[in-house]
Design a protein around this ligand. Sequence first.
Ligand SMILES: NC(=O)CC[C@H](N)C(=O)O
Length: 362
Amino acid sequence: MHVDVSGANNRGYLVLEDGTVFVGRLIGAEKTAIGEVVFTTAVVGYPQILTDPSYKGQIIVFTKPLVGNYGVSEDQMESDRIKAEGVVLFEATKPSHYKSVMSLEEWLAASGIPGVARVDTRALVLKLREHGVMMGAVGPEEPGALLEALRKSPRYEELSYVDLVSVQGPVELGEGRLCVGIVDCGVKKSIVKEFLKRGVRVRLVPCRRPEAAFDCDGLFLSNGPGNPQLLDSLASKVAQYAEYKKPLMGICLGHQVIAMAFGARIYKLKFGHRASNKPVRDLRFTGKTYITTHNHGYAVDPEGTELKVWAVQPDDGTVEGLYHERQPVLTTQFHPEASPGPHDTLWIFDKFLGLIERHAGY
Ligand SMILES: NC(=O)CC[C@H](N)C(=O)O
C-alpha cells in the first residue's frame, strides 16, 4: 500500500516492518525514529500522552484527526519531556488557548521528536488492528533506507526501557505521618500528585532498587514502558516484600509486576488498549462500570495464583484489577490517576491509603 496525501515538499514517511509505507508531511525534528507503532483513540490529552514515560520506545498514532488545538503548557506534562519516540497523525493544528506556550509542531521540533502528519490514520489503524502492533520507522529518509534501519534495530519487546526513565537515586517528596515508597519504573507526575494531595510522604526509588523503600508504610509500583516479562528480578524482590504482608499497590506495569511476583502469566495483546474512554467493570467493591484511561500492550492471567480479579475490561474480558484475600494488595491495569481524566476511579488511592492506615494500626 502506498498512500500519498502529503501535497508538500517537506515529505515524511512512516514505514512498517511489513514494508507498508505511508507518505505525509514531516513535522517536528528532521530525524528518524524507530519504535513500536501503537495507536490511541484518546481525543484530548496529547501533552500527557507524549510525556508519559510508559510510551518510551513507541511511535504514537493519534486517531483523533486534529491534534494540537489547545497547544502545550507546563501543567500538562507527565514527566520532564516527551518520552514517545515519534508521532503519526492527520493534522497538527495551530493552538488557541490562553495557557499555551507553543504549538504541537514547535514542541516536537524543540524536543527532537519527529512526526508525520497527513497520514490516513484510519487505514493505518485498520492495518494495526488486523495484523497487530508492528515495529515502524518515521522520518525524512526514503522508505528503503527507513526499512533498512528498521530491520537492523532491536524489537520493542527485547529492550529494557525502564532504566532510561527511572530516578537514579532515592528522592523524598512531601510531608506527612505515612510514607509511600514508589518504585519508579517511569512514574507519571499525576500519580505522585495523587499521593501528595492526600498528605503522605513519598519516597521515589530506582526500579532496580525497590528494597530502598521496603521500610515505608506501603509500597507502590509505578506504570512504565516495555515488556514486563523482562522484569523478573524486580518481580522476585516484590515477592520478598510481599512475604512481610505489608501494603502493596501497582498501576499498569506495576500491576503486571505484582502479578508476576505472585506467579501470574503475562501475555501480549494483539494491539493493546490505549484510550481515555475505556470501560472497567468493578466486580467486587462498588459493582459499577467506570470510564477510565488505558495505556497497555500486555495483560495478566492470574489463574492458579493467590490473586483474585476485582475488575475486568468488558470489551475483551482482560483483567483490570487484582487483590489478595488475606494481604493488603491492590492493583489496576487502568489509570485511576489519569490526567486530564476521567477521574471516576480516584477512590482507589483512598482505598490503598486505608489499607496502609489499617496496617499501620491507625
Ligand atoms: N502504562 C503502562 O504502565 C504500560 C505497561 C506495559 N509497558 C504495557 O504496555 O502493558
